[in-house]
Design a protein around this ligand. Structure first.
Ligand code: 13P
Length: 284
């Protein structure tokens, strides 16, 4: 199938109260693990690329891989640019084949965030590329964006409604108390904010900071309107652990393809577990 944008994928998920997994890939092997896990489970899926990963491989290389994988898949696959502050890179991704982008201007004052998001929506619409934006500040490190605990703040539901009335988004990421990276303690999720924002805006919500949340937290957030569920750190761990684990168990064997296969298996297992948990199996 050709790559899809997020519009139909997320409106179906929001209506059906399930979450579409959005997995941050690192290379061809991780992208292959995402598509194969989704295909085996009959699930729609979102391949996410951080701005750093895009810069590392280059747009054309990444799009070539993903179009090839999606073209052979029987489930809907979207290619989404995760947290990006750079309008030049967003434009390049839109022009080379991404079907969805996230503008992260959440560190800016409200009006500036809104103006930059509008600019991206105008850039994206002619190519039918969907847009996600963030309000509030999600704690932790994602790509080159570092938000310290003391600088994090939750989204204000009234501002969230105002934001979504001023710009037409396909997906909205209000900060609700989740964090990027590994949780240091029990996360305190502001379910009341999530519920109010999802209901008042009617926009499918993205749940950031998926790694380390309990099954119960995922289920509750999805039931309240999180239609897109982001997982990055868990893939990074599976990527490294798959490699190291195989090498430690076979340390005299230098067979790179076996190591690559072990990494693939580890990542696919993690991705499949999430797809099942988010309820999107069989929805593709
Ligand atoms: P984790 O790294 O905590 O899984 O968060 C992923 C994310 O939200 C990417 O934007």
């Amino acid at each position: 199938m050709a790559l899809e944008n997020l519009r139909a994928m997320l409106s179906k998920a929001a209506a059906g109260r399930y979450g579409v997994g959005a997995f941050n890939i690192l290379d061809y092997n991780s992208a292959r693990a995402v598509v194969q896990a989704a295909e085996e489970l009959g699930a729609p899926v979102i391949i996410q690329t951080s701005a750093k990963t895009v810069t590392f491989w280059g747009c054309r290389t990444l799009v070539g891989w993903i179009e090839d994988l999606a073209g052979r898949a029987k489930v809907p696959v979207a290619l989404h640019l995760d947290h990006c502050k750079d309008l030049g890179l967003i434009r390049e991704c839109i022009e080379t084949g991404w079907t969805s982008v996230m503008i992260d201007a959440s560190a800016k004052p409200f009006e500036e965030n809104l103006a930059l998001t509008r600019q991206v929506v105008e850039m994206a619409r002619p190519k039918d590329v969907t847009v996600e934006a963030e309000l509030g500040a999600i704690v932790g490190v994602e790509d080159e964006i570092h938000v310290k605990e003391q600088d994090s703040h939750l989204a204000d539901p009234r501002q969230a409604l105002e934001f979504c009335m001023q710009v037409q988004l396909d997906c909205f990421a209000p900060a609700i108390g989740t964090a990027h990276g590994i949780y240091k303690g029990e996360p305190k999720i502001a379910y009341h904010i999530l519920e109010e924002v999802a209901t008042s805006t009617g926009v499918p919500i993205a749940l950031h900071g998926g790694t380390g949340l309990s099954d119960e937290v995922f289920r509750r957030c999805i039931a309240l309107g999180c239609a897109k569920v982001n997982i990055s750190t868990q893939i990074k761990y599976a990527f490294i652990d798959g490699f190291v684990g195989y090498h430690n168990a076979h340390h005299t064997q230098y067979d790179p393809l076996k190591v690559i296969q072990a990494q693939f298996d580890e990542m696919k297992k993690a991705i499949a577990g999430n797809i099942k948990l988010f309820g999107s199996a069989g929805k593709g």
